[in-house]
Design a protein around this ligand. Structure first.
Ligand SMILES: *Cc1c(COP(=O)(O)O)cnc(C)c1O
Length: 401
């Protein structure tokens, strides 16, 4: 996003501030639909948990996207944003039968990720169509915290239990409308992804009532120059052809679904902070900013790399800094980074701050969560106010004594 616009927004709304670019979201969505344009029925369901501000959901609504939700609260958000229940898929893991029933009450498409609930649900509601989450056990994706398809993962029903799934389906007479996988995040190897889809096709073939196959997500985006990313165009070309062949063989035009979060919103986000202090120690120069793990946890939680730019001094001499937060924890946002010379008061910008950034923010250290701004048609709209002490106290009950 344009440097002077970001600086203007930081001045207008203060920092820490999240700024999202609607145009970038739209272009990523269109890139994806274009890559799969040879598939007759394509449905993209934006994964709400990546960034869940209702205004962001409305951007997807305008694009005719569906949404992917992992809690009944996300379903409710989606409905408030105006989504039709049939455009909402519910893909939680490890939730109670009650929560699935609640989602069923809203009329959304249900996804079941374990045999125990599948059996209980099938006995109670044999006529309600459901989708089954399969774990194909393909090792794909980034670090162990975000790779969820491996053998020890808690996610999905193991492909090796397909006979058991069939036994449940036959005994209950339930209707399997979809088959699904989501193997984790940061997949950059298209061929590994395609191997997982073959496993899913083999399973899909055995469900005669099927109307869709959901290939999940996990597409990797670039975090720095020269970074590897999922080649969505190559994947589109190869998987579309395979999918169309499968439909022919299956005898029905199925719907191809995806549920990307990161791919659609990561690059659209910028996180702006002020430098509070530049601190020289014996071995390092720290830049301490007015934020930390409470607002931006990915560097600590996932060892994620986020490019850091000094908006206030774009042509300054490059020097090495370790950028840290103000939280009473070791919250290193970027270690040993080459950044244009930093002076106290400068505004730094973290890139790729759209996905899993604000949505993972907390009030740790009793600090306010940041404000959020959406830039649309060149104009910045405040879409979340900065919190106040009342927000911190909200819900706390004072005991009379
Ligand atoms: C989190 C999640 C996604 C989105 O993953 P990204 O890596 O952000 O694309 C998709 N599907 C399910 C079921 C998820 O839990």
């Amino acid at each position: 996003m344009n440097r002077s616009l970001l600086l203007k927004l930081a001045k207008q709304f203060d920092t820490p501030l999240y700024v999202y670019d609607a145009d970038k979201i739209v272009s990523q969505y269109q890139r994806m639909t274009k890559a799969f344009s040879s598939v007759k029925n394509l449905k993209i369901n934006y994964a709400v948990k990546a960034l869940s501000n209702i205004n962001i959901l409305k951007v997807f609504k305008e694009l005719n996207s569906g949404i992917d939700t992992v809690s009944v609260q996300e379903v409710q958000l989606g409905l408030r944003a105006g989504f039709d229940p049939k455009d909402i898929i519910f893909t939680p893991n490890g939730v109670s039968l009650e929560e699935i029933e609640q989602a069923m009450g809203y009329g959304v498409q249900l996804n079941i990720d374990n045999l125990s609930i599948l059996e209980q649900f099938g006995q109670k509601y044999p006529n309600t169509p459901v989708c089954i989450r399969i774990n194909p056990h393909i090792m794909a994706g980034g670090n162990s915290k975000i790779s969820v398809g491996h053998i020890d993962s808690k996610f999905g029903i193991s492909i090796h239990q397909l006979p058991h799934i069939h036994r449940v389906v036959e005994n209950t007479g339930m209707l399997i409308s979809g088959i699904h996988m989501h193997t984790g995040s940061d997949i950059y190897d298209v061929d590994a992804f395609l191997r997982a889809t073959e496993i899913l096709f083999n399973a899909a073939e055995t469900f005669k009532d099927l109307s869709y196959i959901d290939f999940g997500s996990g597409f990797k985006v670039p975090y720095k120059e020269g970074d590897i990313a999922t080649d969505i165009e190559e994947l589109g070309k190869k998987l579309s052809k395979r999918f169309n062949d499968f439909c022919k063989q299956f005898g029905k035009d199925l719907t191809l679904m995806f549920e990307p979060g990161k791919f659609l919103v990561s690059e659209a986000g910028n996180f702006l902070v002020h430098v509070n202090v530049v601190k020289q120690t014996t071995s390092t120069v720290f830049a301490g900013v007015d934020s930390g793990m409470n607002h931006f946890i990915r560097p600590m939680f996932y060892d994620a790399y986020h490019h850091i730019e000094n908006l206030s001094n774009p042509n300054g001499k490059e020097r090495f800094y370790t950028v840290v937060g103000y939280i009473c924890e070791t919250d290193t946002l970027g270690a040993n980074r080459r950044i244009n010379e930093i002076t106290e008061g400068d505004i730094l910008c973290f890139h790729n701050a759209g996905a899993y950034c604000f949505s993972m923010a907390s009030n740790y250290n009793s600090r306010y969560r940041p404000a959020e701004v959406l830039v649309k048609d060149g104009k910045g709209y405040l879409i979340r106010e900065r919190e106040t002490i009342e927000d911190i106290l909200r819900g706390q009950v004072l005991i009379d004594s």
